[in-house]
Design a binder for this molecule. Structure first.
Ligand code: GLN
Length: 555
């Protein structure tokens, strides 16, 4: 590694938030990481979540949004998705730490007698455990470890985390630590003014707990002028160049360029005394992407998104992101029509869906809305509309095919219907035994062997791929022959477990189901091939229908 000091020292950046939640700390942290990677540094990002659940795996999407799955099978916070989309480095279970995990470990140690009779306390035992989680990542050869602290300053739950990060300079030296604080500079319409007071208060609160932020990232609707920057700098005790504006942009993937234009990377490198391998940031990929984003504004495809939690912005975060990546790769906007599966069961669904350029059914759990989803998979099949079924979306495609093409009336998944006469989706043998002892899902990365000559092979351009999983049920191997006989192609299997990974249909332009969650591996600079090709097929359908004069116009 090229750098002035010979010994390898890891630098630590802590990102906290103030004023209000939902300012986009995850994206800000990811963007900081992205800029440092653009200078050739090795970076990782970790998220601290102050809740007491051990992980978000058991939380309802109403509580938490998407559960993001890592290669090593951890169920984590959706901010880890931002980290992987903005960075090249991958995350593992070490990158998400919750209060629940921290206490769990400390209590286990206490039971094993490891505290040698001491009274176990928040300071130092909980805070030491938190710091260890930071240093553990630091010991893996990263130049910079970025740690995002969930919640906002002042939250009771976040206090041990803030106390822990306050102590870090005492362990590793102040010069190796940076505190970045994200705040809001609201525009008050009645006064016609931007207000800096909330930022001042937030920083004051940070100082009260002993942390002086080095860099302020100010969320604002509109860019503000120097005078405001200087005022914030003066009142908050930072240098004016350390006041960075995170103004609203039409696409979050433009943020690396927005921050770079304000010299954030230079400020970070200077403050951390880093002499990076690449003195000038290489952001060419992001620059090209920004151009693609602007270009894509001229055309669009209509995609029906048939789900259960569709009113929640974050429940299918990675799927929405993957669709946007795929759109940019095809020079189109992806207009997502969110359709609540439950509403479909009775209504005139056919009409609505046949006007679409593509239909996507994402993952899901439980019986609510299931008949609507099965119906939607059938409409896509019969009308030759590009169909992409992800996890549950693949399972409903199999159920629909069994019912309507193979004469298996009332075929179902045993998740929804225990006593179905045709359990085409079921728990497989080993899962049944795991289930019996309370074990749960197929989680994390699994290999898929792709059958030669299939659409899947053409899309991936490979016969061996890996994708991440999060599900319990599988295609029931007992019915595979019957399904295949009628034209359902098993295009991918996991050879080690002999489980179905991918399906497709003969005589259909684009009908693909995957048991995995490919959305977790799509990045803006490398869109996932399945999403890219699905949107490509939707675009082709649109062009064909436009040629025939059957699209609804710009509605
Ligand atoms: N509920 C289904 C299962 O457990 C699908 C899960 C999913 O879509 N992630 O197998």
């Amino acid at each position: 590694m090229l750098r002035s000091d010979s010994s390898h020292k890891t630098r630590y950046i802590f990102v906290t938030g103030g004023v209000v939640s939902s300012l986009g700390k995850g994206v800000a942290s990811a963007t900081i990481g992205c800029l440092l990677e653009a200078h050739g540094l090795k970076v990782t990002i970790q998220k601290f979540d102050p809740y007491i659940n051990v992980d978000p795996g058991t939380m309802s999407p109403y509580q938490h949004g998407e559960v993001y799955v890592t290669d090593d099978g951890a169920e984590t916070d959706l901010d880890l998705g931002h980290y992987e989309r903005f960075l090249q480095s991958t995350v593992t279970r070490l990158n998400n730490v919750t209060t629940g995990q921290v206490y769990y470990n400390v209590i286990e140690k206490e039971r094993r007698g490891e505290y040698l009779g001491k009274t176990v306390q928040v300071v130092p035992h909980i805070t030491d455990e938190i710091k260890n989680r930071v240093y553990k990542l630091g010991s893996q050869g990263y130049d910079v470890v970025i740690t995002e602290i969930g919640g906002t300053v002042g939250d009771i739950e976040a206090m041990p985390f803030l106390e822990a990060i306050r102590q870090v300079p005492y362990d590793v030296g102040r010069e190796n630590v940076l505190y970045v604080h994200l705040t809001l500079v609201p525009y008050i319409r009645a006064a016609g003014e931007l207000k800096t007071k909330p930022t001042q208060h937030s920083v004051k609160e940070m100082r009260e707990i002993g942390i002086q932020p080095d860099i302020l990232i100010c969320r604002t609707e509109q860019p503000f002028d120097e005078e405001i920057s200087r005022k914030i700098a003066m009142f908050c005790n930072v240098l004016p160049e350390s006041v960075i504006q995170a103004y609203d942009v039409d696409e979050i993937y433009k943020m690396p360029l927005v921050y770079h234009r304000q010299n954030l990377d230079k400020v970070l490198l200077d403050k951390l005394h880093l002499d990076p391998p690449r003195p000038v940031a290489d952001l060419s990929g992001w620059q090209e992407l920004a151009e693609k984003v602007d270009r894509s504004r001229e055309d669009y495809v209509d995609i029906a998104f048939v789900g259960k939690y569709i009113n929640l912005q974050d429940a299918y975060k990675s799927v929405y992101e993957a669709l946007r990546h795929a759109g940019y790769a095809n020079d189109v906007q992806v207009k997502i029509h969110r359709i609540e599966a439950e509403d479909l069961e009775s209504s005139a669904l056919d009409l609505e869906l046949s006007g679409m350029d593509g239909i996507l059914i994402p993952g899901g759990f439980g019986a609510r809305g299931i008949e609507g989803k099965i119906e939607a998979a059938g409409i896509a099949r019969r009308n030759k509309i590009p169909y992409f079924g992800i996890c549950l979306g693949m399972q409903v495609a199999v159920i629909e095919f069994a019912r309507h093409e193979c004469g298996m009336e009332d075929a179902h998944s045993t998740e929804m219907e225990q006593d179905t006469p045709f359990p085409v989706i079921d728990l497989m043998a080993e899962q049944k035994s795991i289930q019996a002892i309370g074990g749960t899902m197929r989680l994390g990365s699994y290999e898929c062997a792709i059958r030669p000559g299939t659409l899947a092979e053409q899309i991936y351009g490979s016969q061996k791929v890996t994708e991440r999983h999060r599900h319990r049920y599988e295609v029931n191997n007992k019915y595979i022959d019957a399904l295949a006989e009628r034209g359902l192609v098993i295009s991918g299997v996991n050879e080690a477990t002999n489980l179905v990974e991918m399906i497709e249909l003969k005589d259909h332009p684009w009908y693909v189901g995957v048991q995995s969650h490919p959305e977790f591996k799509s990045k803006p600079l490398s869109p996932h091939p399945l999403f890219r090709d699905f949107i490509g097929a939707a675009k082709a359908r649109r062009a064909e229908r436009q040629g025939a004069g059957v699209t609804a116009g710009n509605s």
